[in-house]
Design a protein around this ligand. Structure first.
Ligand code: NI
Length: 207
C-alpha cells in the first residue's frame, strides 16, 4: 500500500466522470487501499479515485470517530432529503474552505471491498462526505455548490486572473440545466460544460 499524490485543481481529471468498476479485482483493491493510506496521511475524511488520478468509481471514507475506513465501489445516492448549510473543504483544493448546501440525509448504496452490497441511510458528516465524494466521481467540486456572493466575498480583489464575479453577470450560475451538457453526467444538473468559466481555477483564489 502506498500514499499517492493528491491531484490539485485545476487538474483535468478532477473534472472528468469516473467509470463504473466492472470487477472488484486485486488492481481495484490496490487502488482502494492506496486511497485509504493517502486519505489518512492527509488527515482527510474522504477521498475519491479521481483525486489520485484514477477514473474509477471508488471512494473511501473514514469518519473521525471511526477506526476503520469504508471502501465503497460504484456508490450511488438514491435519495436526498432536506437541506442544510455546512462548511466544507477538499484535499484537492488544499488550504481553502467554503459554505455549501448539502442534504439533511440521504440513502446510499454501493459495493464494499468484498463485493457485498451496502445500503444505508446517512446523515450528518457521513451524508456530507458521501455527497462530496460521489460528486468527485462526476467531476463536481464543492465550490460548484457555492453561491456567487459567497465566492465574491472570498476572491482576492488584486488577482487579475479571477473572473469578475462581482460585476453583475452571474448568468453562468443560473439555469445550469438549460445549458448544453458535455462529458455526460445524466444524474446531475450541476455538471458544467467544458467552457464554463467555473472550470477555470477561479475558486483556487478563494481565501
Ligand atoms: Ni474533495
Amino acid at each position: 500500500m502506498a500514499v499517492r499524490e493528491i491531484l490539485q485543481i485545476p487538474h483535468p481529471v478532477l473534472r472528468q466522470r469516473a467509470r463504473k468498476v466492472r470487477a472488484i479485482d486485486d488492481d481495484i483493491l490496490r487502488i482502494a487501499y492506496d486511497m485509504v493510506d493517502t486519505m489518512r496521511n492527509a488527515s482527510g475524511v474522504g477521498l475519491a479515485a479521481n483525486q489520485v488520478g484514477e477514473l474509477l468509481r471508488v471512494i473511501v471514507i473514514q469518519l473521525p470517530e471511526e477506526e476503520e475506513a469504508r471502501i465503497y465501489i460504484n456508490p450511488e445516492i438514491t435519495l436526498r432529503e432536506g437541506e442544510r448549510r455546512v462548511e466544507e473543504g477538499c484535499l484537492s483544493i488544499a488550504g481553502y474552505k467554503g459554505m455549501v448546501t448539502r442534504s439533511l440525509w440521504i440513502r446510499f448504496r454501493a459495493l464494499d471491498h468484498t463485493s457485498k452490497v451496502v445500503k444505508l441511510r446517512a446523515e450528518e458528516t457521513l451524508s456530507q462526505a458521501l455527497e462530496h465524494e460521489v460528486d468527485h466521481l462526476n467531476g463536481i467540486l464543492y465550490t460548484d455548490h457555492m453561491e456567487a456572493h459567497e465566492k465574491l466575498v472570498k476572491v482576492e480583489p488584486e488577482d487579475e486572473k479571477v473572473p469578475d464575479l462581482d460585476e453583475g453577470d452571474d448568468s453562468h450560475t443560473d439555469n445550469i440545466e438549460d445549458q448544453p451538457h458535455t462529458s455526460h453526467n445524466p444524474e446531475s444538473d450541476l455538471w458544467l460544460p467544458e467552457d464554463d468559466p467555473r472550470n477555470t481555477p477561479a475558486t483556487l483564489k478563494l481565501k
